[in-house]
Design a binder for this molecule. Structure first.
Ligand code: PXL
Length: 248
């Protein structure tokens, strides 16, 4: 099975495209990766961003998908700008892809990963063509325009975002309460929060795991359950970022 991530590069390896590729490899699918920007950063700080030209990103995507026409599932991470979001939406249509959108805007370390406020562009162009989005509460607040502070707010937000796309608001910043709207079915999955230094990239790894398990033939609910286990294991046993016990 071949999958694709379209994301930014964190050269320290814990988040972004490199983390996605490591996750694909560990779970047992073949990862391809389209870098949309270079960054200079470590797990604690983002120093700068260096986006790749939009026409070149298009060439990258076309080269890989023309060579590997069996790719069905992709994920998106950092997309940086409205222009790139529009391009990726166009490609999802063109190649009939099933996309999981991790609507990355700000790093766990606090640095900005997008040019402007891109939440409206994600909502307008990308989510209508995607099968699932996995925002944390900050990203979900931008997307829903609800300031999410508790479980009730998160439930309101999944109803709102869920009109456009299935949604799972991750609970890492909400006492481990993950809030889901899958095809109109609302549910909560409560996870125990783990005290850890290894949270850098956990959102990236989570959505990459979902893509991997879907490509291996699991349905969305099972893929999500397995991905929670995978990420928990990574956070517990990781060393640098949310990585990833080989013996998982
Ligand atoms: O974790 C979000 C994220 C996504 N993509 C890139 C990142 C980060 C966080 O640092 O660097 C490239």
């Amino acid at each position: 099975m071949i999958v694709m991530s379209i994301a930014g590069i964190d050269p320290s390896g814990g988040a972004g495209l490199f983390a996605d590729i490591k996750t694909f490899q560990n779970i047992g699918v073949y990862g391809t990766g389209i870098p949309i920007a270079l960054t200079s950063q470590n797990p604690y700080k983002i120093f700068s961003l260096n986006p790749i030209e939009v026409s070149y990103i298009e060439e990258e995507i076309d080269s890989v998908l023309d060579g590997y026409n069996s790719i069905e599932f992709i994920k998106t991470g950092m997309l940086y700008s409205e222009e790139i979001i529009k391009l990726v939406s166009k490609k999802i249509n063109e190649y009939n892809l099933k996309a999981i959108v991790d609507p990355v805007m700000v790093a766990t370390s606090g640095g900005k990963l997008s040019k402007d406020n891109i939440s409206d562009a994600i909502l307008k162009y990308l989510l209508p063509k995607s099968i699932l989005t996995t925002p944390n509460i900050n990203e979900a607040s931008y997307l829903s325009k609800i300031d999410i502070k508790n479980k009730e707010d998160a439930l309101d937000a999944v109803l709102k975002i869920g009109k456009t796309c299935d949604v799972l608001i991750t609970g890492g910043h909400l006492n481990g309460i993950n809030t889901l709207n899958l095809g109109g079915e609302i549910s909560i999955i409560k996870e125990k929060l783990i005290e850890s230094e290894n949270l850098h990239g956990s959102g990236c790894v989570f959505s990459a795991a979902i893509v991997s398990y879907l490509a291996l033939g699991n349905d969305l609910k099972i893929a999500i359950e397995k991905s929670f286990k995978y990420v928990n294991n990574g956070i517990k046993n990781g060393k640098y970022g949310t990585l990833i016990n080989k013996n998982f």
